[in-house]
Design a protein around this ligand. Structure first.
Ligand code: C5P
Length: 229
């Protein structure tokens, strides 16, 4: 039986899961599964194929055939759809919204379930998403759920966009985040909820360093792993 360890990190959009999971994967020497990127690429593929996001059957068919891969480069992990590097195209607010629409379909989630589980190999996996601890890896040894108010998340997003020299309207971003939260929390399958055995961390008043430290302490407590920082 596989001894691989799963660290499941779930939470709403813009809560800082990406930064935390990258750091954790790095110090642990584990692979990283960015499950949101899979739904984002699917939304992109659906639009590219000229299909309608509201047509569940076509979207599910596209999910089954999705030719997606992740590749490591010096500047980080790039995401490919077939031979096309779609890393920047899938990071827009619109791509996030399209992802949350296709992610609400039960048949789509089913089609992508096994593919996500295949990322698990020894020594372990850090899995970033909405349902990592509840559905995809229900037996994960460590489950962490990050939370923060929509306003705090929108503020962080604005700062990120401004740092990249892009325009950021706080009101629009809060609205988009609230819409996406509503859809993710209220969908009938794999809604965004903490697993009953997850450590919930409200990051609203915490720095990334503090969140990272809290996560590392919890991983050590749950797994007995030695982590060199
Ligand atoms: O995490 P990220 O913002 O990239 O995810 C984009 C969208 O994909 C989310 O708003 C959510 O609707 C969906 N998603 C999901 N389940 C996951 C990961 C992402 O439904 N495990």
């Amino acid at each position: 039986m596989s001894q691989a360890i799963v660290i499941a990190v779930d939470g709403p959009s813009g809560v800082g899961k990406g930064e935390l999971t990258r750091r954790l994967a790095n110090v642990l020497g584990f692979d990283l599964l960015d499950s949101g990127a899979i739904y984002r690429v699917l939304g992109y593929a659906v639009r590219k194929a000229g299909l309608a996001l509201f047509d569940e059957d076509s979207v599910a068919q596209e999910a089954k055939l999705l030719n997606l891969s992740f590749e490591c480069f010096d500047d980080g992990v790039h995401v490919f759809l077939g031979g096309e590097d779609v890393s920047s195209q899938i990071r827009t607010e619109e791509a996030g919204n399209n992802a949350s629409k296709v992610a609400a379909y039960p048949s789509v989630r089913q089609a992508l379930l096994e593919r996500q589980r295949q990322f698990l190999k020894e020594p372990g996996l850090v899995a970033d998403g909405r349902d990592m601890g509840t559905v995809v890896f229900p037996r994960a040894q460590v489950k962490i759920f990050l939370d923060a108010s929509a306003e705090v998340r929108a503020q962080r997003r604005c700062l990120q966009l401004q740092a990249k020299g892009q325009k950021a309207c706080f009101e629009d971003i809060v609205k988009e985040i609230a819409e996406r939260d509503e859809r993710d929390r209220n969908r009938p399958v794999a809604p965004l909820v903490p697993a009953s055995d997850a450590l919930v961390i409200d990051t609203s008043a915490m720095s990334i360093e503090e969140v990272f430290k809290a996560a590392v302490d919890y991983i050590v407590e749950k797994t007995g792993l030695k982590i060199d920082l």
